[in-house]
Design a protein around this ligand. Structure first.
Ligand code: ARG
Length: 261
């Protein structure tokens, strides 16, 4: 973690200490970036034992290798990740994070790397056909996600919108019968439904009431690495590395044109 030096006496003395104290400083090599995630959002990031695995993990690795940046990915959790970004305790975050205007006020983003849309997960036999049918029903979301925002936009803030610290708990609430549906990103909801046939779930898409979203790597505002990371991102999208990673996790070719608009 490298903090930007603020001007003034403190900055000058810090720069002096760094210059004197570390043999490999100066060229920028030897710096290790800390990247945070919330590893409870398969197939983008989840834990396999101690290891964080997923599409985002492979994408980040390819981008960082391409950019020649050393990094460490750490599992922070969702709400703590945003706090860590604000405090500049992490240099970046990757966590299926949607780029939106609200977040752009407080954070910077890389260029988009994945298109997504919210989707409904419910039990087989449900009467839910569209997002509008969720009105008056108890629905779970991960706190502070675009799923929560989409529901609040449609129905206003409501007691019926049950917010959980992570998406695994939001799905658990559905399985327990505490809520009638979960709203989360389509790939996540579909992955869960497919991998858990015994839970007898269905996914319901609604392209009218939910909006298309794009994920980006997130940075503290005015961080230092956006430019090189964007360059590396563009390179791996153009040279087929991105498509290779996409195929590994989603079993099909990506439409990279939507990322270039
Ligand atoms: N794309 C949604 C958002 O940005 C949900 C992301 C949740 N990611 C996670 N790792 N839990 O709000």
């Amino acid at each position: 973690m490298k903090r930007k030096f603020k001007m003034g006496l403190i900055g000058l003395s810090a720069a002096f200490l760094v210059a004197c104290g570390s043999a490999d400083s100066g060229s920028g090599s030897g710096e290790k970036l800390t990247v945070g995630t919330d590893a409870a959002y398969a197939p983008f990031e989840s834990l396999d034992g101690e290891k964080i695995v997923g599409f985002d993990v492979d994408l980040l690795d390819a981008v960082m290798k391409e950019a020649g940046l050393d990094y460490e990915l750490t599992n922070k959790g969702w709400d703590p990740l945003f706090i860590a970004l604000q405090n500049e305790e992490v240099d970046a975050g990757i966590s299926a994070i949607t780029i939106n205007d609200d977040r752009k006020k407080s954070y910077d983003f890389s260029s988009p790397y994945f298109e997504s849309i919210n989707m409904i997960l419910a039990k087989q036999g449900t009467s839910i056909k569209s997002a509008k049918d969720l009105e008056g029903m108890k629905v779970s979301v991960q706190n502070g996600t675009t799923g929560q925002a989409a529901l609040e936009k449609m129905f206003g803030k409501s007691e019926n919108i049950k917010k959980y610290e992570n998406n695994v708990l939001a799905i658990q609430a559905l399985l327990n019968g505490e809520v009638e549906a979960v709203v989360a990103d389509n790939a996540v909801v579909q992955e869960y439904e497919k991998n858990n046939p015994d839970k007898k779930l269905v996914t319901i898409s609604d392209k009218e009431n939910f909006e298309s979203e794009f994920y980006g790597i997130i940075f503290p505002k005015d961080g230092e690495h956006q430019e090189e990371i964007n360059k590396a991102m563009k390179k791996i999208i153009d040279d087929g590395k991105y498509a290779e990673i996409y195929k590994k996790w989603f079993g099909e070719e990506p439409n990279v044109d939507v990322l270039k608009q």
